[in-house]
Design a protein around this ligand. Structure first.
Ligand code: HEM
Length: 138
């Protein structure tokens, strides 16, 4: 599937502009939806791991709508790494949607119908990457 890169890149840029540091915003949403995940970040005393993880997620999304040099492999590796950390695959997968919701909730009118379409296609594509992987490893 060819994904539409520009609306995703525009929305991420708008998000960075509007949110400043988006880390607290995204994790507040995650922990509201999955409170049991917060305790897994015990070692992250200063928030650096959360920030690094979110940065990796942004980079993965950008790769996935662009060059696709590594995104599918990284997602497949991280779902396994995270399962070992105690993050169920379904919760892992939900993080991309959490990011989308944080973007949508922050960028106001810069969230357009084209943005919504592009994110819907992107999330469906990532779900397919994960579903294929989980079917293989189940
Ligand atoms: C709700 C879903 C997720 C949860 C609950 C979660 C949880 C965590 C936790 C607890 C750590 C810290 C591990 C430690 O203490 O060593 C971590 C690190 C990390 N996560 Fe996630 N994760 C999620 C989704 C993702 C996704 C989707 C990606 C990327 C595709 C990702 C990439 C990373 C990376 C790269 C690190 C290492 C950061 C660093 O230490 O520099 N995570 N994650």
């Amino acid at each position: 599937m060819t994904l539409s890169a520009d609306p995703i890149l525009d929305s991420l840029e708008a998000f960075a502009e509007a949110a400043g540091d988006p880390t607290p915003l995204v994790y507040a949403r995650l922990f509201a939806a999955a409170p049991e995940m917060e305790a897994l970040f015990v070692r992250d005393t200063d928030g650096a791991v959360r920030g690094q993880m979110l940065q990796q997620v942004f980079e993965t999304l950008i790769d996935h709508v662009g060059a696709r040099a590594y995104s599918a492999n990284l997602i497949r590796c991280e779902v396994v790494n995270h399962e070992n950390l105690g993050v169920p695959p379904a919760v892992f997968a939900s993080f991309f949607r959490t990011v989308m919701e944080a973007v949508r909730g922050t960028i106001g009118e810069r969230w357009t119908p084209q943005t919504a379409d592009a994110w819907r296609a992107l999330l469906a594509d990532i779900d397919a990457v994960l579903a294929k992987h989980l079917a293989v490893t189940a």
